[in-house]
Design a protein around this ligand. Sequence first.
Ligand code: NAD
Ligand code: FE2
Length: 382
Amino acid sequence: MNINSTVISGYQTLNDIGYLLKDRQHVLLVTDKNIGGIPLVQELIKQVCDKVATVKMVDSVPPEPSQHDVAAIVASLDTSGVDLVIGVGGGSVLDVAKLLSVLCVAHSPTLEALLNGEKPQSRTASLLIPTTAGTGSEATPNAILAIPEKETKVGIISPVMLPDYVVLAPELTTSMPAHIASSTGIDALCHLIECFTATVSNPVSDNYALIGLQKLFASLETAVAEPGNLAARLDMLWASYYGGAAIAHAGTHLVHAMSYPLGGKYHIPHGVANAILLAPCMRFVRPAAVAKFAQAWDLVPGADLSLSDEEKSVALVDYFAALVKRLKLPASLDELGIGSDHLPYLVEAALDVQRLMKNVPAPVSASDVRDVYLTLFPTQNH
Ligand SMILES: NC(=O)c1ccc[n+]([C@@H]2O[C@H](COP(=O)([O-])OP(=O)(O)OC[C@H]3O[C@@H](n4cnc5c(N)ncnc54)[C@H](O)[C@@H]3O)[C@@H](O)[C@H]2O)c1
Ligand SMILES: [Fe+2]
């Protein structure tokens, strides 16, 4: 898959994106209420308003949007004439902006048709500016929507949704509360390690994954502890971008497949669900991915490089479990007060995510999935 986006990154790049608006007249700017209130974003909106003829704002994107949220946004909008869609936000906003860039185009498939697998042929010009680090949505062909009736999430997937421009501006991510910086950072880590170990991994995705892992291991904890540390924030934006690029060239597997039902059923934010699943899923996958786990371990700052590959792979899983704890993220569903009564539903729904289950580098049975979910309820009897 080609990622043809132009990426502009670095300090204070936001002051300087006027030229991306050249020849544009009618902008659709997509964000959410929190992000719209950030002073830097308000300055950005002013910059856009000063440069183009009309700006339509959508600031009602909720976290983890559902198909109905997007349908309501589409129904409330007149998109005729829009010649640039700008998304400023976390994965929720960027996914909706990607969909709107397709739905803006005359004779585009409807949202329902896209959900049923019809593929878009074109989109309007688009610029994506992530404020979390993150989903890497700015570098993936995916838009993920919750389907409340099925209590799970689905991906609408097409390379057409990859944007023309991406701006990685570290100043924009400094306002993330620590728990969001931590959980979205773990989402990026899952993208990187899952793509690195997926059956569909290849030298291109491995390259992205290794660079991303190195940046993430070096900077995630610093970024969370020191919100104003722009170097760490920029590293995290790149780690997230590379996670997205790795997804575009390979694909995630067990953590994401098992995480969708947790988001769909209990509305646990995506990064938190992934944090809970990271170590248990990697413990299951480890024996089938010893050499790659060892390669990833070598990138952890201060890692003991004298260990055997087998020992390194075990050390990496332990490091993941300890990292989730240090970041003060939940490590079980018990901690969220969730009972294990929905286990049969969770197992069936996770196995249904065939798009990702087929990427797991080891055979996975229903009882394997059940066993991994069971570890998330350590204080409940079964
Ligand atoms: N397209 C993809 O490839 C892809 C990959 C992974 C996840 N996703 C999807 O992305 C969504 C999750 O995105 P997310 O984890 O980035 O979170 P999010 O976009 O839902 O944002 C979480 C919360 O953080 C707030 N926030 C975001 N940036 C902020 C900032 N800089 N300062 C203050 N508050 C800020 C938001 O307003 C929101 O309340 C889910 O729907 C998930 O399924 C998509
Ligand atoms: Fe993710």
